[in-house]
Design a protein around this ligand. Structure first.
Ligand code: BGC
Length: 759
């Protein structure tokens, strides 16, 4: 339907009908307006598969949802560093939505992993905004290519579950713009999601659902978002204020309570009806975009998607450590230990929980390849215990095998939507089991099923660790393929694994005090902090091993000096120097070498995943635009680049930098400075324009401040050298002249100087 037709339709609606359309008809549907033939459409979680609930929906998923395919969760898919792969996953989810008559899938969830403790980290992509944005955009483009919408969530700064519906995420402007917003910004600019879901929390005191700055000024006016904003389920506080702020659809239904408030506010002249019209237009545009492109005859081959899910999981798992036990030879004896080998944990709890039509465990996958594997349960997940018998059975199995593979990880109750983790440890019984097995077999391998980092007190005692994350319902197939070398690990960490929780930059403040969650670590989130502090970590951001090795050479920049309006092209050669085909993740990090503001040592600004046969070499090219060099300048409320030299590093992780080059970038933005009597001399002198303006005055000022040199005693000259005098002048504000010039200058003189500087 054309925009004009939608406007005409809205013009025919009564105020009551319009207000009604601004909230859901039930848990999962928009409202229909039968009088005008306006249909309702259905939305559904998401994001890594469908959680389409029956009519008896209850939001928390106690009622069964339809049988569907559970793909790997975002904690895993981000580790693929593979835009194409995520797009393919999105396409498959989009097709299944078409089949199931779903207009919008509620995802992707892109909130930044501020702390390993966030209960929903398994649903989120990364600690890095660039990576999260790229992956989100790819997912959205995939889903929406099937004419089904997405709802990127939870906008914004929803980084904890603790008090999630009342807490205020208090972060400074630069931190929001550089860390917590860009994933949304990139997704809007590169993929234009049909909808955005605003978060439960407040941001600096104002609920996201009634935050005009967030939902209108930033999202629409600055980034150009064209769809509609829906609330997270129950995130509405003041509905009327929300309409004005740009919250179009309240979800789920408020049973008419809030619709009535909208009508009353309009009638009382407290809310301009144009805001209601705008919200309805935006909702209808999406409703009709789906309805006019609905293809319920789209087939949904769940078996094919199960295999796709296995393939995706294979590309996501991260080989954290390998001292040679992997890959396992198929002719060697192997023991699988741990209940997760039989019943894998492959997804997280809460609204993203999918009713899988089929699950393949590692034991089943090994059996289907006719691999002879001994099994010992090792621990009981439900009871969260490992009895002495279980451990001794596991040790015996380990002793009798060449390789012992322990399937460990977090039980469901350890991480879920709705609450945060209490600590970063594995269950104590599993740590005990790992220690005992590792002592019995030098070829002990640990496979981890978890949605966010865990401490690994046994890391030096085991031979290898494969991070399987929450790998979706076909996780067993992928795990076995990787363990036995039928596939080569190629996932890289989308988050840092700190050695211990206390190392994390948000540790002191995370969770906040009452409803105040202060983001005091600012922009120093994840590796931005660990690198700046030169801290040891367990596994760095970007880390991931392979069964082959890659050599990097010939790093070239298209120029050694650019304007910030240019795009710098970075090219590097990568060669597979091993005997196995594999995929390398080429990561490009940028660092500002001479910055006047606080900046991280390096930030990911480009990446590419490439496949290489043994001996093969490819040249990878990655473009860096101005944003790659910029920081958010709070004086001009915009991103800006500072003149100077930048490092361009290419590596396999944030701590494994293979090559480095330098480029000079000249800023094209003229940032007008504002001077006052409080401006210090150093800031004046370092600004060429200001310096030129006050140059002629400097001598007068110096004279006013100092006794002439010939009057100074030798002792006085030694006590305060010219350099020292200059240093003291550096930090002196303009008004300071009055205090030291013994009446030779007046307030009027200072005012004149300030006026001249600002002229
Ligand atoms: C979650 C959303 C989800 C919605 C609908 C909320 O509790 O925060 O992520 O999409 O429920 O299930």
């Amino acid at each position: 339907m054309q925009k004009s037709e939608i406007k005409a339709l809205v013009a025919k609606m009564t105020l009551e009908e319009k207000a009604g359309l601004c909230s859901g008809g039930d848990f999962w549907h928009t409202k229909a307006v039968e009088r005008l033939g306006i249909p309702k459409v259905m939305v559904s979680d998401g994001p890594h598969g469908l959680r389409k609930q029956d009519l008896e929906a209850d939001h928390l998923g106690i009622n069964d949802s339809i049988k569907a395919v559970c793909m790997p969760a975002a904690c895993a898919t981000a580790a693929s560093f593979d835009r194409g792969l995520i797009k393919t996953m999105g396409e498959s989810i989009g097709s299944s939505c078409q089949h199931e008559k779903l207009a919008v899938v509620l995802g992707p969830a892109v909130n930044i992993k501020r702390s390993p403790l966030c209960g929903r980290n398994f649903e989120y992509l990364s600690e890095d905004p660039y990576l999260a944005g790229e992956m989100a955009a790819s997912y959205i483009n995939g889903v929406q290519s099937k004419n089904v919408g997405t709802s990127i969530k939870h906008f914004a700064a929803n980084n904890q579950e603790h008090r999630r519906m009342s807490s205020s995420s208090n972060a400074d402007e630069r931190t929001l713009r550089e860390i917590y917003f860009p994933a949304f910004e990139t997704a809007v600019k590169k993929a234009q999601p049909w909808t955005v879901m605003c978060s439960y929390n407040r941001i600096n005191g104002t609920y996201a659902s009634e935050n005009k700055w967030l939902l209108t000024d930033v999202l629409r006016d600055e980034w150009g978002f064209k769809g509609f904003v829906m609330s997270d389920w129950g995130a509405v506080s003041d509905r009327v204020r929300g309409v004005e702020a740009g919250l179009d659809l309240e979800m789920p239904s408020s049973g008419g309570v809030n619709d009535k408030k909208i009508v009353e506010a309009v009638r009382a002249g407290k809310l301009d009806e144009k805001y209601v019209d705008l919200a309805v237009e935006r909702i209808l545009e999406i409703v009709y975009r789906y309805v006019e492109n609905a293809r319920p005859d789209t087939p949904w081959d769940k078996e094919a998607d199960h295999l796709l899910s296995a393939k995706i999981a294979e590309e996501c798992m991260v080989l954290l450590k390998n001292s040679g036990a992997l890959p396992i030879s198929k002719t060697d004896s192997v023991a699988f230990i741990g209940e997760f080998a039989e019943k894998p944990r492959f997804q997280g709890g809460g609204s993203s929980h999918i009713n899988s039509f089929k699950i393949t465990s590692a034991l089943e996958a090994a059996a289907s390849k006719s691999l002879k594997v001994k099994y010992a349960k090792g621990y009981d997940v439900a009871a969260d215990t490992a009895t002495a018998e279980m451990i001794s059975e596991a040790v015996e199995a380990a002793k009798s095998a060449k390789t012992a593979v322990i399937f460990a990880g977090l039980p469901d109750s350890y991480e879920s939507e709705g609450y945060d983790r209490k600590h970063m440890r594995l269950p104590e019984c599993q740590n005990r089991l790992i220690e005992a097995v590792a002592a019995a077999n030098p070829n002990t391998v640990v496979v981890l099923h978890n949605g966010s980092p865990v401490e690994m007190p046994w890391i030096d005692k085991v031979n290898a660790v494969l991070e399987a994350y929450l790998g979706g319902q076909a996780v067993g197939i992928a795990t076995v393929n990787l363990l036995f070398g039928d596939a080569n690990p190629c996932g890289h960490l989308a988050e840092t694994f700190p050695i211990k929780l206390e190392d994390n930059p948000s540790y002191l403040y995370y969770g906040g005090e009452g409803d105040k969650a202060d983001y005091r670590e600012g922009i120093f989130v994840g590796y931005r902090y660990y690198d700046k502090k030169k801290m040891d970590v367990l596994f760095p951001f970007g880390h991931g091993l392979s069964y082959t090795t890659f050599e990097y050479s010939d790093l070239k920049l298209s120029s050694d000096s650019i304007a910030d309006t240019d795009t710098l092209s970075v090219s590097v050669k990568v060669r597979n120097t091993g005997k196995t085909a594999g995929k390398a993740v080429v990561q490009v990090y940028v660092g500002d070498r001479e910055s006047t503001v606080l900046r991280p040592v390096r930030e990911l600004k480009g990446f590419e995943k490439i496949y290489l046969e043994p001996g093969e070499e490819k040249t990878v090219e990655i473009g860096l635009d101005s944003r790659a060099f910029a920081y958010y300048n709070t004086d001009i409320h915009d991103f800006a680049v500072e003149n100077g030299s930048f490092t361009v590093e290419v590596g396999e992780s944030s701590r494994d930098i293979r090559l480095c080059a330098e480029v000079r970038v000249e800023s094209s933005k003229k940032i007008k400075k504002h001077y006052t009597a409080d401006t210090i001399f150093m800031d004046l002198i370092s600004d060429p324009e200001a310096s030129a303006k006050i140059g002629p005055l400097l001598a007068t000022i110096k004279n006013a401040l100092h006794a002439p040199d010939e009057d100074k005693s030798e002792a006085a000259s030694e006590a305060v050298t010219d350099d020292m005098g200059m240093a003291m002048l550096n930090y002196m504000p303009l008004r300071g002249i009055l205090s030291f010039a013994a009446g030779k200058m007046t307030d009027a003189d200072i005012d004149k100087i300030v006026a001249l500087l600002n002229s």
